[in-house]
Design a protein around this ligand. Structure first.
Ligand code: DGL
Length: 269
């Protein structure tokens, strides 16, 4: 048994897609969420900068006494996984769980991967997929405009701007005939109704935050690291920009109001 909280982080709001899933899987667990809202997006930055930010984010969570760290960010997962592996607590990211779900799901062996520029250029999803099944055909596509659209709440299924951008990005992958698409950035599931309607009915969408949350929950359960039953839970949110703007958009991600304190912090530059 381990009563310490679980630490989750992202460059901004996207990691909330994993937090939401974790709340449902392990409702008794306390969570510390860190969103680097002052420095989002990460996905257009250099590898060195992403790695520096990721190390600072992880150090911040460790200072809060977490028992496990989930990098709920495709960009960090694909660029700084080795930093996470060196933490003194179990570390999880989104690449492996999402790749395994996609490889298990595809029937025609054609898998699309969308993500930030950094994630797609790292090639990490393609390598993880081919390591699972060398016969897979992988179709990657960077979608750099999706994160700012989501962070600015252009997320309604009727949102014309987001739909037009999605049509532009997803056209080639749809034409390739993929039957499975990894939403390789944790911001993307929030616009999955738009992505799904552009891709068409037969295409399965893989949510990496959800798959990573399942993997984390399974490991904590398997290793006896869950908290004691009946213990009061708490959620704390830390951001690096205005808490108010985070709170209002976070509610759209979580499907409920933010419960717990939201505090502005500085983790370095
Ligand atoms: N949620 C992050 C990811 O999964 C967003 C990336 C960004 O900050 O650009 O990649």
């Amino acid at each position: 048994m381990d009563d310490r909280p679980i630490g989750i982080f992202d460059s901004g709001l996207g990691g909330l897609t994993a937090l939401k899933e974790l709340e449902q899987l392990l409702p008794q667990e306390s969570i510390v969420y860190f969103g680097d809202t002052g420095r989002v997006p990460y996905g257009t930055r250099s590898r060195e900068t992403i790695r520096r930010y990721a190390a600072q984010d992880m150090a911040f969570l460790m200072e809060h006494g977490v028992k496990a760290v989930l990098a709920a960010c495709g960009t960090v997962s694909s660029t700084a996984g080795d930093i996470g592996q060196k933490l003194p607590v179990p570390y999880f990211d989104v690449i492996g769980p999402a790749a395994r779900a996609a490889a298990a799901r595809t029937q025609n062996k054609k898998v699309g991967v969308i993500g930030t520029s950094a994630t797609i250029h790292s090639d990490s999803y393609r390598q993880a997929l081919l390591a699972l099944d060398y016969r897979l055909e992988v179709y990657p596509q960077a979608c750099p405009l999706f994160v700012p659209l989501v962070e600015n709440a252009f997320i309604s299924p009727q949102e014309e701007v987001t739909r037009l951008v999605a049509q532009r990005y997803l056209g080639p992958i749809r034409e390739a005939g993929v039957d499975t698409l990894i939403l390789g950035c944790t911001h993307y599931p929030i616009i999955s109704p738009i992505i799904g309607s552009v891709m068409g009915r037969g295409v399965a969408l893989i949510d990496p935050g959800k798959e990573a949350a399942l993997a984390l929950a399974g490991t904590l359960q398997g290793e006896g690291l869950l908290c004691r039953e009946g213990r009061p839970r708490s959620s704390s949110y830390f951001v690096t920009d205005e808490p108010e703007s985070f709170t209002s958009v976070a509610e759209l991600f979580l499907g409920h109001s933010v419960q717990g304190r939201v505090e502005r912090v500085d983790v370095g530059s």
